[in-house]
Structures are given as C-alpha cells and as structure tokens.
Design a protein around this ligand. Sequence first.
Ligand SMILES: *[C@@H]1O[C@H](CO)[C@@H](O)[C@H](O)[C@H]1NC(C)=O
Ligand SMILES: *[C@@H]1O[C@H](CO)[C@@H](O)[C@H](O)[C@H]1NC(C)=O
Ligand SMILES: *[C@@H]1O[C@H](CO)[C@@H](O)[C@H](O)[C@H]1NC(C)=O
Ligand SMILES: *[C@@H]1O[C@H](CO)[C@@H](O)[C@H](O)[C@H]1NC(C)=O
Ligand SMILES: *[C@@H]1O[C@H](CO)[C@@H](O)[C@H](O)[C@H]1NC(C)=O
Ligand SMILES: *[C@@H]1O[C@H](CO)[C@@H](O)[C@H](O)[C@H]1NC(C)=O
Ligand SMILES: *[C@@H]1O[C@H](CO)[C@@H](O)[C@H](O)[C@H]1NC(C)=O
Ligand SMILES: *[C@@H]1O[C@H](CO)[C@@H](O)[C@H](O)[C@H]1NC(C)=O
Ligand SMILES: *[C@@H]1O[C@H](CO)[C@@H](O)[C@H](O)[C@H]1NC(C)=O
Length: 830
Amino acid sequence: MKVLRIVYLASLFLVNKSLSSKCTTFRTGNDVFTDCQGRGFRYVPRNIPNDTTCLDLSDNELSVIFNFAFSRLKNVSSLKLSSAQISVIDSKAFSGLVKLTSLDLCYNTLDIHSLPENVFDSSSFLRILDLSKNNFRYYPEKVLEKLTNLERLSINGINDQTFGNGFRSLRKLTYLNFEPCMITRIDNNTFDVFKNIQLKELVLNCKIRYVEPGALIPFQSIESLDISKNFNVRVSYLLQLLNGLMNRNVTSINFSNNFRHVAAADVLLASQFAMIGAVCLKEVDLSHNNIVSIQSGGINLMKHKHCLEKLILKENSIWGDRSIVIEMVKLVNLRFLDISNQATLHVKTKVNKNKTGLRRLVMTDTKYSSDRLTIAFQLPRNLQYVDASYFGVRSTGLINLNFTNAGKLDFFNLAGNKFKDCLGHFHGLSHLQTLDISESNCSELDLKMISFMPYLKTLISRRTHLNVGLQNDVNGEFLKQLFGLRHIDFSDNGFVRFNQNMFVSQYRSLISLDLSKNKFSKFPIQISKFSTLMKLSLMQNQITFLQKSDMNNLENYQRDKNIEFELLLNDNHFVCNCDSIDFLRWLQETKVTLDKNRNYSCVYIDNSQKTTVYAYKHLEFIESKCLSKIWLTITIILVVGFLFIFTASVIAYKYRITLHFWYLHIRRKYRHYTALEGDSKEYKYNAFVAYCNENEEWVCGSLVNYLEKTNGLALCLHHRDFAAGKFIMDNIIDAIFESKKVVLVISEEFLKSSWCEFELDMARMKMFQDNRDMLVVVLLDKISPSQMPISLQRIWKKVTCLEVDETICTNQNGNFEHLFWKRLYEAVVM
Ligand SMILES: *[C@@H]1O[C@H](CO)[C@@H](O)[C@H](O)[C@H]1NC(C)=O
Ligand SMILES: *[C@@H]1O[C@H](CO)[C@@H](O)[C@H](O)[C@H]1NC(C)=O
Ligand SMILES: *[C@@H]1O[C@H](CO)[C@@H](O)[C@H](O)[C@H]1NC(C)=O
Ligand SMILES: *[C@@H]1O[C@H](CO)[C@@H](O)[C@H](O)[C@H]1NC(C)=O
Ligand SMILES: *[C@@H]1O[C@H](CO)[C@@H](O)[C@H](O)[C@H]1NC(C)=O
Ligand SMILES: *[C@@H]1O[C@H](CO)[C@@H](O)[C@H](O)[C@H]1NC(C)=O
Ligand SMILES: *[C@@H]1O[C@H](CO)[C@@H](O)[C@H](O)[C@H]1NC(C)=O
Ligand SMILES: *[C@@H]1O[C@H](CO)[C@@H](O)[C@H](O)[C@H]1NC(C)=O
Ligand SMILES: *[C@@H]1O[C@H](CO)[C@@H](O)[C@H](O)[C@H]1NC(C)=O
C-alpha cells in the first residue's frame, strides 16, 4: 500500500512538473497572496512561498490532500480548495496551518468519511468553513464539535437529518447556510440545537413543503433570514414561520422566488400579510412569488407597521385588490417600495375583485381617463424610492395626480406602464430627482406634465413618441424652468429634429443627453450653448457624416469649456466617400472621446461595407477617386455647355430673323408702351413705302401724287416721316407696325441696299404675326424671282406683285389711267 502511494506520488510529481505551471504571488502590506488557481495541479505544489497568508488552490485536480501538505506554510490564514476534485483528506492534512481562519472546501466530493475526526485539531482559529456543494449524507458532527470558534458555516442541507451535538457546540456561529438544501420540512423541533447560539444570518434555499409556525423560535437573535427559492411552497404559507420571531427586531427577510408553479397562483390574505408586521421587520422581499392578489386590510392589522422601511413586491402578478398601495400610507417609515413588473399570469384564479381604490384609479376605466380629474394620492410620508415600472397600468391615459406627503420622494419609476396618452401632470413631487416615464404614448402631451418638479435631475423618457408630442412646443414649454436637469434620456422617440428652444433651461445644467435610436440625420443640438454637457449619445441614428461646422463647434466646445466631451456615434448610416473626407479625418484626429475605437462601419466609395478606420487609412485613394470624379464632372459640364451653345447658335442663326423681329418688336412695345394702346386696329398710315434713294423721284412723284393727293391715303416715307434721332431699325419697325401695308418698291438698286432685306424680313415677320397679307411689291425693274432675296422668294406666292412698265415709270404728270394705279390702290386699301 505504502509503495503504491509512493509510486502514485511520483507520477503526480512528474505530471505537475511537466505542466510547469507556476503560481503567482503578490504582496500588499502584511498580506501575501499566492494564486495557484486553475493550473491543473494534482498535488499541492512545493514551491509556494513560506510567507504566504492567502493561498488559492481552487480549480485544480488534487483528489487527495496528503498529510503535512501545507506544513511549511505556517502563516496561511485563508485557504481556498474549492472545485479541486477532493474526495479524501488525510487527518494531518492541515497540520501546521496554525493561523488558518478561513477554509473553503466547497464544490468537492466530500462526505462524512472523507473528513477524519481530528482533521481540524491544529486549526483552532478556524472561523469560516465552507463545506457546501459536497456529498454529505450525514452531517460531520464529530468534526464540527471541535470548531468552537467557527462563525460562518456553509454545508449542504440533508433531508430528514436532525442537527446534533456538532452544531450545538458552534457557540460562536452567526451565519449558517445550507447549500444545496434538500430539506423539505421544518417543524417546531428541527432547530432545537441552535437554541443557545446567537445566529444572525440563516439561509434556507431549500425544498421546503411543510413548516410549523414555531420552527424559527430558536433563532431569537436572527437579523437576516433568507427563505427564498423554495420552489414548491406558497409564500402565503411560509409567512406563518414569522410566528416564531414575533416581536423580534429583524433587519431583513427574503421570501422571494418561492412559488414557481406556472399554472397556479398565490393570494395573500390580510391576516397572512399582517404576519410581516408581527415582527419588527425593516426589509421584506416578497418578489417573484406568483402573488395575484393581496387582500386589503393587511397593513392595518400589522402590529409593527412602523418598522417596515423596504417592501419589495416586484415580479408578481398582483392584479386584484391593488388598494394595498393606497393602504401603504400607514407604513409611515417606508422608504423603499418596489411594485414593478407585475406580469399577467396566464391562469384563472379566484381574484378578489375590489372595484374601489387604486384599481379604479389607474386601470381600464375610460370614465376616469376622459375626465382628467386631479386625483389626490397620499404616500407614506418617508417614502423616497418608488419603482412602479411595468406595474401593468393597462390602456388608460395619464391623469392629473396630486401627491401629498411626497416631500421625500426622490425616485419615481413609471416606465413601461404604456399610458395611452400623457395628458396629465404631477403635483406634489416637489423633491423628485429622478423620473422615468418610458414607453408611454406621449403623442398627446400635457406640456406641464413635469413642470412641478423643481429638483428634477434625471428624466428618462424612452420610446414615448415625444417627436409627435413636442412637435408644436416651439417655446420649449415641456422642459422650461427645470434648471436642475442633468441627465436626459430621449432615446427611441422618432425625433428627426428638435425645436430650437427645447433645452433653453438646461444650458447650464445638462451633463448627459441620450438621443440614441432616433432619426436624426444631422447633428441635432447647438453644442456651443451648453456649458456642462459631457456626454451625448447619437447611436443608432441616420447620420451620414457630420458637417464641417458641427465638427468645428465640437472642437471649440471641448477647448473653450475645458470638458472631456464624449460622443457616441455607433450604428449610424455613415458614408466613406468624397463628401465625408473631412469627417473621416476628424473622427481619427479629434480630441473628443468617441466610442467603438472610432471604428464605425460605413458605406465605402465603391458601395461596399467598410469601416471608418479602413477609410482613413485609404484616404488618399478616396481623394484621388474624388479628384478624378471632379475632373469628370468638369469635363461633362464643359462638353454639355459647348453642345448647348453650339446648338443655340445654330438655332439662333437659323431663326435669326425671327429673333431679330421679336427683339425689336418687344423693344418697341417696351418703349411705346403707352403710346401704342389700341393701335392694333387703327393704323397711323395706310402704307409704309420702302424704297431706296435711287427711286425717290418716282415714289415722291407719281406714287405720292396718286395715293396721297388723289386718293387721300396716308403714306409713310422714310425721308419724310422717320423721326430724327431714332435708330433707323426702330424707325423701320415703327413704320411697319403703324402701317396697314408695306409697299416694297423693288429695283436693282433697292436689292443692293442694306436696308432692303431688313425691311423685307421685318415686314414678313409682321405678316406672320398678324396672319395677314400686308406686303405689296412694286417691281420697278424687270427682275426674275431667282434674283430676289431669299426671304421674298419664300413668300412670293402670298404677296401682291405689281410690275411697272416704262410708261408708268416715266409718267410725271398725273396721268393715272393705267390699270397699275388702280391695282396699287386696291392692294393698299384692301
Ligand atoms: C522561508 O523560505 C526562505 C527561502 O525562501 C528560507 O530562507 C526561510 O528559512 C524559510 N522560513 C521558514 C520559517 O521556513
Ligand atoms: C509569519 O508571520 C510572522 C508575523 O506576521 C512573521 O514574523 C514571520 O516571519 C512569518 N513567517 C514567514 C515564514 O514568513
Ligand atoms: C409549534 O409551535 C407553535 C408556536 O409555539 C405552536 O402554536 C404549534 O402548536 C406548534 N406545533 C406543533 C405541531 O407542535
Ligand atoms: C432575495 O433573494 C434573491 C435570490 O433568491 C435575490 O436575488 C434577491 O436579491 C434577494 N433580495 C434581497 C433584498 O436581498
Ligand atoms: C428592538 O429595537 C428597539 C429599538 O431599536 C428596542 O427598544 C427593542 O427592545 C428591541 N426589541 C427586541 C425584542 O430586541
Ligand atoms: C376594497 O377596498 C376598499 C378600499 O381599500 C375597502 O374599503 C373595501 O373594504 C374593500 N372591499 C373588499 C370587498 O375587500
Ligand atoms: C393637492 O392636494 C393638496 C392637499 O390635498 C391641496 O392643498 C392642493 O391644492 C392640491 N393641488 C392641486 C394642484 O390640486
Ligand atoms: C399613440 O397615440 C396616438 C394618438 O393619441 C395614436 O394615433 C397612435 O397610434 C398611438 N401610438 C401607439 C404606438 O400606440
Ligand atoms: C475595425 O473594425 C473592423 C470590422 O469590425 C475590424 O476588422 C478592424 O480590425 C477594426 N480596426 C481597428 C483598428 O480596430
């Protein structure tokens, strides 16, 4: 046997060596910590410094603790051997550990045989012993008997085992924890052996199903009792245990997490709830117990109701008889109330449906929500903290609540109550510092909702549709006068932009502002107006990049106000392209503190998904891309411009006459605006005669004689009627516009004259404009149509053409018998 053991030892030694893992030691003052945790040791290593005071050997594979394993380590006071796969401990294993005060042996496979009777003989100072999570089927009474200095003991709780003399000897025990605890029943005698022990803390996270009311009587010094996680028992039943502590002063009792049946519920009768007051109890935790109703009246019955300072009822399904909340005013010293997270239980139980009280105040009752009454609400006068989040106020609007006695309330959480609207305000919360109204629908909002909270420091309003509620609040009424607001959380409100005056009252107080999960595409606030803002979250918005001015403002703000400013930008719609080059550079170079190591994802210049750090490293590439893009743009603009000018010129050339006509026409109209009124019908002249100086003799002779003197028509002749000092073009245009007809006296000389074509063109345009034949052509010379100006050729068919023969040409003496004259007259007056 001995030989085998030596071989075994040797083999372990080799394994240890091959792992060559070393412990680490560090010293602070008189303490020397040696950490050998989780290094695969199979025996206690030899090289632990002999001045070690705290030794951690947990998470190894020790299996056996041999005699004298720690004998060199005389100064160790704390030894951790948890999770070390220990099943055997030799009787002199801890020999030499004369200063040992704390020993942790939890999470091994010890049972009563692995702990020899004398194992702690030399450790008479042991005060803390953790034997929990082992395999004890009997309590190691004989070992415990020697530990007269033990103060804290953890051990697994064994069902149907009585506590014997071992426990009775633990005279100094103050803390007892059974873990894991298989105990199913505790009766009047179970804890008898503890009668003379001043136990202060008891943890019974067991499997209790049966209790007798006197079971806790032996624990007359108890300060803290934890009877949670007994999954099979209703808390209403467990409360009778408080009988045993009647009239004691107890600091806290934890009754949470007991009843876990998904298909059943618990109802606390008034008499059961009143048990809490049988004890002078400061703090009680009744959370997570499937409680669906607390019968009203229980608080009245509490004997020591003035003792209660902290009441936790969270995570139940309290639905019926919520008037308990109203009764609470009697708990005059209540400071802390948690009634949050009352989930709907999917079971049908007999619930006491009391139609009065708070139920009527805050639950489905449209009559009240439409009235907008001010409802008075009296609080326990020392209440400081109320968590009523997810209380389950369903489908009702906010009402005006006038709290009385609320002068000490500084924390009020109403999140998750999903009020249908925010058309109500709070009165009386004169010292409130923190308010959370998240998840209500504040599309309809009473702008005075929080106006009467002069000391408000923190406002949390997530997912409250404030973008709608505040869209018309141009004066910033909502936050006005709240000069002490330091932290605002407006995340997830659908904001696209803010009204300018939103934070006017907070410029000197605001420290952090959470605007994440909104829809901002630009930097939303005027940072320079603030003076204490240190943190702004814009996460999960839709910003593509920051504008140059915003970056400058941020830099200036940080520098001028000397503030370590933190900006959170993760999860925006950043782009890494030509537009955002300045931004990309700023992100990496600014002194403003940013999140995510400044490494945000962005849409890269080639539309792929990259990060801003990547883009920064490739800035030159982006810039070169952008440069070529700029040149491409310029080229395209130039080409398009050129094409346009070219086309325009071609068109202008083609229609130059039309354009010229219209130009002159408009100019004329402009100049003669008043003079020309009504001239469209009445012409000043019957005809404008266009001729060249060479033909003046004939025109002024025969033509004028015949048409003016004989027939009384008015002619316009350039040498006689043109106004002096005007442009000749304007004169021509005037003449054409003021004459019913234009008589072109065409001769070879006329065709050569520069004005000929102009007059012709203008007359032609006027013809088209008025849609009438107004041109009378008198051919003085024999001219074939092909020699005529192109303009005339084009309209040749529409003009009246009169040819003049020699006789007419030379006729000076008033013989106007010739048919020509008659036709001319008719053509002019027609
Ligand atoms: C402790 O170890 C040191 C060397 O590491 C040795 O010099 C010293 O004698 C040892 N002290 C005791 C009491 O064993
Ligand atoms: C143990 O502690 C005592 C006093 O704290 C000290 O004098 C002694 O040197 C320590 N022993 C070792 C081995 O360091
Ligand atoms: C247990 O003790 C309580 C209180 O002393 C007593 O009322 C009750 O009858 C006892 N129960 C039993 C079964 O002895
Ligand atoms: C009560 O015990 C539960 C665990 O069972 C724990 O989560 C809770 O924090 C405890 N309550 C208090 C007030 O300590
Ligand atoms: C409880 O505490 C109060 C004052 O703190 C004290 O007067 C009273 O005697 C105590 N009761 C018990 C049973 O210890
Ligand atoms: C309902 O609650 C009111 C107010 O707390 C109380 O006066 C009344 O007795 C209760 N009714 C029932 C049936 O419990
Ligand atoms: C609130 O209630 C108190 C006391 O009942 C009363 O004096 C005060 O006028 C009320 N305030 C409002 C705004 O209703
Ligand atoms: C919020 O209330 C408005 C009107 O009061 C309504 O139109 C809207 O649908 C509500 N939104 C939600 C999410 O309930
Ligand atoms: C930036 O983020 C990308 C992707 O998340 C990662 O691959 C890269 O290593 C990061 N760069 C730095 C410098 O952190």
